[in-house]
Design a protein around this ligand. Structure first.
Ligand code: ZN
Length: 207
């Protein structure tokens, strides 16, 4: 496995080089690619049974390596209660199928910290597209969460993360090399060293 990009919605030109996030629909799987699958908080409703059933069968697929993105968004989507219900079901699936989680979290980090503390999951949780400050990053890391950074990352936050916990993503059409370039400038490594560090971390995360 040589995955460079932990979270994107775009199929990479180099097949197998990214974890491509899909909705709970088996027809979205593509030959040769690696995937994560989950119920995004924006699409949670008061009845998610069919999505969650489809998600459970996707998690049994050998090319689906993680559950997500799922999580919390205070600016978009249904009530926080519905978002939390759907999240809790996905935590159960993640634990049952031994797949780590990729989280979308907007303005709701305290809830994730609290849930991680009370549920004590065995699987890792990674917050994707983290743009917060260094203090918040440290707090999340201290609570056992992992962070992934894209082109809009806060440099102080990137520097506050130990190298063995550093992750990178495009989330869309950005070139992952551009993300490595920006992170390498921040952490003072060259671009290929940065890429090797991040690829090793991704491989550990998905192991
Ligand atoms: Zn995304």
């Amino acid at each position: 496995m040589r995955i460079k990009d932990i979270h994107t919605h775009t199929f990479p030109l180099e097949v197998g080089s990214a974890l491509v996030c899909i909705d709970c629909d088996e027809s979205l799987l593509r030959e040769g690619h690696w995937h994560s699958a989950g119920l995004h908080p924006w699409y949670v409703t008061d009845n998610n049974r069919s999505s969650l059933d489809a998600l459970e069968s996707l998690l049994a697929h050998p090319r689906v390596l993680a559950l997500g993105e799922c999580g919390f968004d205070r600016l978009r989507g249904p009530s926080m209660q519905l978002q939390e219900d759907a999240f809790l079901r996905q935590v159960e699936l993640s634990e049952k199928h031994c797949k780590p989680m990729i989280l979308h979290v907007v303005k709701d980090f305290d809830r994730v910290i609290r849930l991680r503390k009370t549920l004590k999951p065995k699987e890792k949780w990674l917050i994707h597209g983290f743009r917060g400050g260094a203090e918040q990053a440290r707090q999340l890391l201290a609570s056992g969460l992992l962070l992934s950074f894209g082109v809009h990352a806060n440099p102080d936050s990137v520097r506050s993360v130990p190298l063995e916990s550093l992750f990178a993503e495009t989330d869309s059409k950005t070139d992952i090399e551009a993300v490595f370039k920006s992170i390498s400038g921040i952490i003072g490594k060259n671009q290929s060293e940065t890429m090797e560090i991040i690829m090793a971390n991704i491989s550990d995360f998905l192991a």
